[in-house]
Design a protein around this ligand. Structure first.
Ligand SMILES: [Zn+2]
Length: 137
Protein backbone atom coordinates (compact mmCIF):
# COMPACT_ATOMS: atom_id res chain seq x y z
CA UNK A 1 0.00 0.00 0.00
CA UNK A 2 1.11 3.49 -0.74
CA UNK A 3 0.94 6.50 1.61
CA UNK A 4 -2.55 7.95 1.55
CA UNK A 5 -4.23 4.58 1.02
CA UNK A 6 -7.55 4.42 2.87
CA UNK A 7 -8.13 1.29 4.96
CA UNK A 8 -11.44 -0.21 6.03
CA UNK A 9 -13.21 -3.34 4.79
CA UNK A 10 -16.19 -3.52 7.15
CA UNK A 11 -18.87 -0.94 6.66
CA UNK A 12 -22.53 -0.15 6.51
CA UNK A 13 -24.35 3.01 5.68
CA UNK A 14 -27.04 4.97 3.96
CA UNK A 15 -27.21 5.29 0.19
CA UNK A 16 -26.65 8.83 -1.00
CA UNK A 17 -26.60 7.99 -4.70
CA UNK A 18 -27.58 5.06 -6.91
CA UNK A 19 -27.45 4.44 -10.63
CA UNK A 20 -30.65 4.69 -12.64
CA UNK A 21 -30.69 0.90 -13.18
CA UNK A 22 -30.11 0.13 -9.50
CA UNK A 23 -32.81 -1.52 -7.42
CA UNK A 24 -31.60 0.47 -4.42
CA UNK A 25 -33.04 3.84 -3.48
CA UNK A 26 -31.67 6.89 -1.74
CA UNK A 27 -31.61 6.59 2.06
CA UNK A 28 -31.69 2.77 1.98
CA UNK A 29 -29.68 1.37 4.90
CA UNK A 30 -27.26 -1.25 3.54
CA UNK A 31 -24.34 -3.54 4.34
CA UNK A 32 -21.60 -4.59 1.91
CA UNK A 33 -19.48 -7.73 2.15
CA UNK A 34 -15.72 -7.49 2.62
CA UNK A 35 -15.20 -8.90 -0.89
CA UNK A 36 -17.12 -7.38 -3.76
CA UNK A 37 -18.21 -9.98 -6.29
CA UNK A 38 -18.45 -9.57 -10.06
CA UNK A 39 -21.43 -11.92 -10.16
CA UNK A 40 -20.50 -13.21 -13.62
CA UNK A 41 -17.41 -15.42 -13.33
CA UNK A 42 -17.59 -19.18 -12.63
CA UNK A 43 -16.61 -18.60 -8.98
CA UNK A 44 -19.40 -16.09 -8.38
CA UNK A 45 -21.97 -18.17 -10.28
CA UNK A 46 -21.04 -21.16 -8.10
CA UNK A 47 -21.59 -19.09 -4.94
CA UNK A 48 -17.87 -18.97 -4.21
CA UNK A 49 -17.22 -15.29 -4.88
CA UNK A 50 -14.45 -15.16 -2.27
CA UNK A 51 -12.35 -17.40 -4.51
CA UNK A 52 -12.63 -15.07 -7.52
CA UNK A 53 -9.01 -14.31 -8.51
CA UNK A 54 -9.76 -10.66 -9.31
CA UNK A 55 -11.93 -9.99 -6.29
CA UNK A 56 -12.18 -6.45 -5.01
CA UNK A 57 -11.50 -5.97 -1.30
CA UNK A 58 -12.08 -2.41 -0.13
CA UNK A 59 -9.21 -1.23 2.03
CA UNK A 60 -6.82 -3.66 0.34
CA UNK A 61 -7.19 -3.77 -3.44
CA UNK A 62 -9.06 -0.45 -3.60
CA UNK A 63 -9.54 2.53 -1.32
CA UNK A 64 -11.38 1.47 1.82
CA UNK A 65 -14.31 2.46 3.95
CA UNK A 66 -12.56 4.76 6.42
CA UNK A 67 -13.75 7.50 4.12
CA UNK A 68 -16.80 9.70 4.08
CA UNK A 69 -18.22 7.92 1.02
CA UNK A 70 -17.66 4.46 -0.46
CA UNK A 71 -18.58 3.37 -3.96
CA UNK A 72 -19.96 -0.19 -4.16
CA UNK A 73 -20.28 -1.61 -7.68
CA UNK A 74 -23.22 -3.82 -8.69
CA UNK A 75 -26.48 -4.18 -6.80
CA UNK A 76 -25.77 -7.72 -5.60
CA UNK A 77 -22.94 -6.47 -3.39
CA UNK A 78 -25.39 -4.76 -1.07
CA UNK A 79 -27.76 -6.25 1.49
CA UNK A 80 -30.49 -4.45 3.41
CA UNK A 81 -29.38 -3.53 6.90
CA UNK A 82 -31.43 -4.75 9.85
CA UNK A 83 -33.03 -1.58 11.16
CA UNK A 84 -32.95 -2.75 14.77
CA UNK A 85 -29.14 -2.68 14.97
CA UNK A 86 -26.79 0.29 15.20
CA UNK A 87 -24.65 1.09 12.11
CA UNK A 88 -21.48 0.35 14.11
CA UNK A 89 -22.69 -3.14 14.98
CA UNK A 90 -24.09 -3.77 11.51
CA UNK A 91 -20.73 -2.97 9.91
CA UNK A 92 -19.28 -6.21 11.31
CA UNK A 93 -21.95 -8.33 9.64
CA UNK A 94 -20.28 -8.03 6.23
CA UNK A 95 -17.08 -9.75 7.38
CA UNK A 96 -16.72 -11.01 10.94
CA UNK A 97 -20.23 -12.33 11.50
CA UNK A 98 -20.65 -13.69 7.98
CA UNK A 99 -17.27 -15.44 8.20
CA UNK A 100 -18.23 -17.08 11.50
CA UNK A 101 -21.59 -18.12 10.02
CA UNK A 102 -19.92 -19.50 6.87
CA UNK A 103 -17.46 -21.54 8.91
CA UNK A 104 -20.20 -22.98 11.08
CA UNK A 105 -22.75 -23.71 8.39
CA UNK A 106 -20.48 -24.34 5.41
CA UNK A 107 -16.98 -25.40 6.30
CA UNK A 108 -17.84 -27.51 9.34
CA UNK A 109 -21.36 -28.41 8.17
CA UNK A 110 -22.31 -28.43 11.84
CA UNK A 111 -25.85 -29.35 12.77
CA UNK A 112 -27.90 -28.52 15.88
CA UNK A 113 -27.16 -30.95 18.67
CA UNK A 114 -23.57 -31.58 17.62
CA UNK A 115 -20.60 -30.53 19.73
CA UNK A 116 -18.32 -27.80 18.43
CA UNK A 117 -15.13 -26.33 19.95
CA UNK A 118 -14.29 -22.75 18.96
CA UNK A 119 -10.90 -21.60 20.29
CA UNK A 120 -9.01 -18.32 20.10
CA UNK A 121 -8.81 -14.77 21.44
CA UNK A 122 -10.28 -12.67 18.62
CA UNK A 123 -13.66 -11.18 17.91
CA UNK A 124 -14.20 -13.66 15.09
CA UNK A 125 -13.97 -16.47 17.64
CA UNK A 126 -16.41 -14.68 19.95
CA UNK A 127 -18.84 -14.32 17.06
CA UNK A 128 -18.29 -17.97 16.17
CA UNK A 129 -19.16 -18.96 19.72
CA UNK A 130 -22.24 -16.71 19.76
CA UNK A 131 -23.38 -17.94 16.36
CA UNK A 132 -22.92 -21.57 17.30
CA UNK A 133 -24.84 -21.07 20.56
CA UNK A 134 -27.66 -19.31 18.70
CA UNK A 135 -27.72 -22.18 16.20
CA UNK A 136 -28.14 -24.78 18.91
CA UNK A 137 -24.61 -26.19 18.68
ZN1 LIG B 1 -16.83 -13.23 -9.99
Amino acid sequence: MKPGHILGKEYSGELVDAGTRSRWRLADQVIAPFTLACGECPCCLAGESTTWVDQVIPGFTTQGAFAEYVSVPRDHNLTPSPVRLSPDLVAGLGCRASTAWHVLTGRTASKPGEWLAVHGPGLLVVLGQATSAASGL
